[in-house]
Design a protein around this ligand. Structure first.
Ligand SMILES: [Zn+2]
Length: 419
């Protein structure tokens, strides 16, 4: 029987999102993002950079949450360069890591432009295969091979690269439209051919430089499915990513669900709970300090707002006249309390009485004063790192998983042993 190919989502907010110029997240915020993605049913979170020293404790802490069943069933994938050295460093710094994406540039532009004539396509191929062998030898559970600038790489070379990668144990090829120069027709054709000729699952990584990140991701996935393989789409929350950003998570899911006739043939491998959309988008907006635009699909403030006579009349008679989906589906419509009077917030200089007040408001009580003091100290540190009041879910997380929170927030100076 022919395999029924499906679409899975790999969110890269904690990798592409945080490497964006002027933007970043605290390790606690990255952890919250992983928790929210898990709740929404996202297949994998690319949760960080295993060879970057200041990530080690965060990555290990999140893998512990996975072991504890808190971050289940989501997979947590690390992003590294496709070199043996990066693979070795990864397993030294984050021994429990199971899922990896190994990245290397494949276009002539980048091979020549980055390596300045010292490397050829053959060198790239050899380096990537050695790195794959090393990752497999170290016991990685899944390994994706990432072709950076794939959209400017000759398809014949990509096919050679992917076929060799499959022989060396790669589970997926990540097709990166690094500069966002593909369009839905070109990416459909290339991804279909790649899937057909390599028999490898294809991951699609698109950028929005020409405003087509979501359209390209969806079209690419359609190509992969028509080519007989599973498709994995890379998304970020609110589309935050390098330059013009990546394919927005919520918009991508909406497109897969509501684009004309699409869902009949192209199905998600596991359900995505859009009811978590409002929460995750609001949280990411707050954590990154980047407002959600009023016309952002699904979660913008204008998406369910109607003013003009014909539209208002039509939507009041039947919402489906002017709304493609319901606000309830996106977790919208519940009242939110905005404090307009006295407010006690958490902060890096909080004291015990204000802290107990804040925690009491979210119905978290402590048995002893010592317990409260201990959590308060962690909350102070979390505030130092976030530089803004913590949200309720963060406070709950710290109170519930205080040991993990302690690990996440510990930074080791460069001149000291890393473990
Ligand atoms: Zn990217």
């Amino acid at each position: 029987m022919l395999k029924m190919s499906k679409i899975y989502l790999i969110d890269v907010t904690n990798r592409d999102g945080v490497q964006t110029a002027r933007l970043g997240l605290s390790k606690l915020a990255k952890t919250m993002i992983n928790l929210y993605l898990n709740k929404m049913g996202v297949y994998q979170s690319e949760f960080g950079f295993p060879t970057t020293r200041h990530e080690s404790r965060y990555l290990r802490g999140n893998l512990k949450l996975q072991e504890m069943g808190v971050l289940q069933p989501i997979r947590l994938g690390g992003w590294i360069r496709a070199t043996v050295e990066d693979v070795e460093n990864t397993f030294e710094l984050v021994p429990a890591i199971k899922d990896l994406n190994l990245s290397i540039s494949t276009s002539r532009q980048m091979i020549n432009g980055k390596f300045r004539g010292t490397k050829t396509e053959e060198h790239i191929l050899a380096m990537a295969m050695e790195a794959l062998d090393a990752a497999r030898a170290r016991g990685a559970q899944s390994v994706g091979i990432n072709a950076e600038d794939a959209s400017r790489t000759g398809t014949d070379f990509l096919i050679r690269f992917a076929t060799a990668a499959k022989e060396h144990g790669a589970d997926r090829l990540r097709y990166c439209d690094t500069l966002g120069c593909d369009n839905p027709l070109t990416i459909y054709d290339t991804c279909k051919r790649l899937a057909q000729e390599t028999g490898l699952d294809i991951e699609i990584h698109c950028h929005g430089d020409l405003g087509m990140a979501v359209a390209n991701s969806v079209a690419g996935a359609m190509g992969v499915i028509d080519g007989g393989q599973d498709a994995y789409i890379n998304t970020t929350i609110n589309g935050i990513g390098e330059r013009a950003g990546n394919a927005d998570l919520v918009t991508t899911v909406l497109a897969l669900k509501y684009s004309k006739g699409l869902a009949k043939k192209y199905r998600l491998g596991q359900p995505i709970h859009l009811s978590g959309a409002w929460k995750i988008c609001k949280y990411a907006s707050y954590a990154f300090g980047v407002p959600i635009s009023i016309n952002q699909p699904g979660v913008g403030s204008n998406i369910f707002a109607h003013a003009s006579g014909i539209h208002a009349d039509g939507v009041l008679k039947d919402p489906q006249n002017y709304e493609l989906f319901s606000f309830r589906e996106l977790g919208r419509g519940d009242p939110e309390v905005v404090e307009t009077g006295r407010e006690i917030a958490s902060g890096q200089y909080s004291g015990i009485s204000g802290f107990r007040h804040v925690m009491g408001k979210i119905e978290l009580d402590f048995e002893t004063r010592e317990d409260a003091e201990e959590i308060l100290e962690l909350v102070r540190y979390a505030n130092v790192l976030a530089q803004k009041p913590l949200v309720t879910d963060e406070l709950r997380f710290i109170a519930r998983y205080s040991e993990i929170a302690r690990e996440l927030m510990t930074m080791i100076p460069l001149n000291e042993p890393h473990l």
